[in-house]
Design a protein around this ligand. Structure first.
Ligand code: DGT
Ligand code: CA
Ligand code: CA
Ligand code: ZN
Length: 573
């Protein structure tokens, strides 16, 4: 287990003990231990004996050691076995923490969502200390939402299914080739389902293998050439369509089911003008029996005197006319660095060295370490003194590298009153200063814009991170006047971030398009808090392509010199 996992496990122990009704002192011991670990900037491996930290006793230290080395600990296993499985999901209901769930469990015998609903309907909950008629109603509303399936899933939610299914299909012998089509291939922020196109001579056999796969929890349809399933990964149910075709039709079918519908309409019009008709299986010459088949999508497009049109821009937004520009869209290979990430110095799981090694392995030429600033106490933000120590460490690492640059950095909070978290004399020593909003989301647009303007107008602030603060499907973020922000960013040479985290992806594709038209520079970053989050870069790149971004706009496709010069220019005014 890494540090983050251990912190989560300690919190889970605390919650279980609360549910059991253990005394508050024992519960808080685990939370205090987690805080002490988090405050320490070292990784778990570097902390030899956790009991040397103030706030961690011998017993807790042993538990931390177990978790780190084996990924489990007897106490947590016992608690998990002792308490009903249905209780933990109730923590997701707004207003219910360990303590309240404990009362419901001990005094009313609640063990899951169903029994909770029953005692609420029987009006038993209002009589418990700390609850009332209002909270009873709220719980019922929250329970109704809990059971509802979201209409669309985020990329983060379908990614495990997509990866698993690619491996499964690759291992089925009768599958010649396959591709993931639909809105996922086009890089939309959310998808209704996954669409796989499979070429095979033996669709019946492939169909049998598909319905027998692990994770399949529902067979929606099982026809000769189409199989529709629901697969369950953890708590997420993912609907998936599989379409089987002969290899000669593969490219045309792939194009058809990649969509979008609007793009397909444009293509069919173009075909009609030439006396042809596009079907799922090929292109027919009207009035004859002749059907054209294509080995690749490129050949399909070429047939209509078009170059390959990237799936990300197949949205019926003029892509057939503007296709020359499509050639210049950025792609994964052009990314030279990741400029927003966290380490154990604030709320990340890995050390600086570990993150540097991981970025080098990705083939990048540069990167920045950008932990949180002092205002963000919950994330163990850096005081000026700790910032200086961290940056000395980064300088030492950087000096050992020849052809790789590690920039010092910070993700600095823009405070609710519009002031910045460090003074200019601190900022001017930092290579890459990111400013972001993590508080006061309910402020009005004018107040938010004043905060963003203060950051843009500071010569040392090079970038605004996740400019809207949204979490896809969960919260809208704070109110931003986007046109005004683009004007400000362009005027002050402040970069705006495209956050590659699949839960964030702000700026969105539509906004990116406008930003580029305004001359705003964009940086695509992962904001990684763990190793594996560095892998989100391609998701950010897909969104950038949906926004038609070119290398000229995206600063982390530039050489390290060009990037550094851009930062310097703003500082020199
Ligand atoms: P979503 O809603 O996230 O699943 O979006 P898509 O685009 O993946 O939509 P889906 O799964 O219903 O269908 C995949 C593609 O297949 C769609 O983009 C275009 C094509 N397609 C499916 N049904 C129709 C249809 O009735 N008419 C046309 N023109 N195209 C269709
Ligand atoms: Ca779909
Ligand atoms: Ca579908
Ligand atoms: Zn961050």
């Amino acid at each position: 287990m890494n540090k983050k996992d251990v912190l989560n496990a300690l919190e889970q122990i605390a919650v279980y003990l609360e549910i059991k009704g253990e005394n508050a002192f024992r519960v808080s011991a685990y939370r205090k231990a987690a805080q002490a670990l988090e405050r320490d900037e070292r990784t778990l491996d570097e902390i030899e004996d956790p009991s040397t930290l103030s706030g961690i006793g011998k017993g807790t230290a042993a538990i931390i050691k177990d978790l780190k080395e084996t990924g489990e600990t007897a106490l947590l296993t016992e608690l998990a076995e002792e308490l009903p499985d249905g209780l933990l999901p109730l923590l997701k209901l707004q207003g219910l923490g360990g303590k309240k769930i404990g009362k419901l469990y001990q005094q009313l015998g609640v063990i899951d969502a169903e029994s909770l609903k029953k005692v609420c309907e029987e009006k038993q909950v209002r009589d418990l200390a700390g609850f009332g008629a209002k909270s009873e109603e709220k719980i019922l509303v929250a329970l109704a939402d809990l059971g509802k399936r979201p209409e669309r899933l985020t990329i983060a939610q379908v990614l495990p299914a997509a990866e698993d299914l690619k491996k499964r299909l690759a291992s089925i012998e009768a599958v010649e080739r396959f591709e993931l089509a639909g809105s996922f291939r086009r890089g939309r922020e959310t998808v209704k389902d996954l669409d796989f196109i499979i070429s095979t001579d033996d669709p019946l056999n492939v169909g049998e293998e598909l319905v027998a796969m692990p994770h399949v929890t529902e067979i929606i349809g099982h026809g000769e050439t189409k199989v529709s399933l629901e697969l369950t990964y953890g708590e997420i149910i993912v609907p998936v369509d599989f379409r089987m075709v002969k290899d000669e039709s593969f490219a045309t079918t792939l194009h058809h089911f990649t969509g979008s519908k609007d793009h397909n309409v444009l293509m069919r019009q173009r075909a009609k003008e030439r006396g042809e008709k596009i079907s799922e299986y090929g292109v027919e010459e009207e009035g004859t029996d002749k059907v054209h088949h294509f080995t690749t999508e490129t050949a399909f497009f070429n047939h209509f005197d078009l170059p390959f049109i990237p799936p990300e821009i197949r949205e019926g937004m003029g892509e057939l006319e503007k296709v020359i520009q499509a050639d210049k869209l950025i792609n994964e290979d052009t990314i030279k660095g990741d400029l927003h990430m966290h380490t154990t110095w604030s709320d990340g799981a890995q050390s600086i060295e570990d993150m540097v090694a991981a970025c080098q392995k990705k083939g990048y030429e540069y990167m920045a370490i950008t932990d949180h600033s002092q205002y963000l106490k919950v994330a163990n933000g850096l005081t000026v003194e700790r910032l200086k120590r961290q940056h000395a460490e980064i300088h030492a690492i950087n000096d050992k590298q020849d052809s790789f640059t590690v920039f010092t950095g910070i993700e600095m909070d823009i405070l609710p009153d519009g002031t910045l978290d460090y003074r200019d004399d601190v900022l001017k020593e930092i290579d890459f200063v990111i400013a972001s909003i993590h508080s006061g989301f309910s402020q009005d647009e004018e107040t938010i814009m004043k905060r963003l303007e203060a950051a843009c107008r500071n010569p040392y602030v090079s970038m605004i991170a996740h400019p809207t603060g949204r979490l896809i499907g969960r919260r809208d973020g704070y109110p931003v006047n986007m046109n005004r922000l683009f004007e400000l960013a362009a005027e002050t040479q402040t970069i705006l971030e495209l956050n590659a985290n699949p839960n964030r992806l702000d700026l969105s594709a539509d906004m990116l398009k406008k930003a580029q038209e305004c001359g705003v520079k964009i940086c695509i970053n992962t904001d990684a808090h763990r190793f594996d989050m560095l892998d989100h870069m391609p998701i950010g790149v897909k969104t950038a392509r949906r926004g038609w971004l070119t290398e000229e706009t995206v600063v982390n496709t530039w050489s390290v010199e060009a990037f550094s010069n851009f930062i310097k220019e703003k500082r020199q005014g």
